[in-house]
Design a protein around this ligand. Sequence first.
Ligand SMILES: [Zn+2]
Ligand SMILES: [Zn+2]
Length: 142
Amino acid sequence: MTETHKGSCFCGAVEIEVEGAPAEMGYCHCRSCRSWSGGPVAAFILYPKDKVRVTKGEDRLGGFNKNGFSDRRWCTGCGGHVLVYHPSLPVTDVHAATVPSVPFRPAVHLNYAETVLPMKDGLPKMRDFPAEIGGSGETVAE
Ligand SMILES: [Zn+2]
Ligand SMILES: [Zn+2]
């Protein structure tokens, strides 16, 4: 059975739907995520690209792509972050807080070398990204 979860921006003008099992969940500690979100760490849920749909208010979405890797989308009405497209990857990053009914089960920390909020939870800590997506594939100590 395929599970579908709904999510929305802060004001509700933009709605999304995600379908099926996430490809990965975790935390990103990179400077870009921190700078954009205003928080010390970002909680992400990655879904296969075709399993994420904007079902309402797509024309309300603003976008910004600083470096090519992350094409960020937010609601132009409320400023709430919605999702991040990754043109070079087969997945789309949905902020965990955007789809609250999806049980958040983080499995990995990314860009932990840049952390400002160490989290000693026993999960693997990647220095940057997994080798499969162009990172070093190295892990670092908590
Ligand atoms: Zn909004
Ligand atoms: Zn990041």
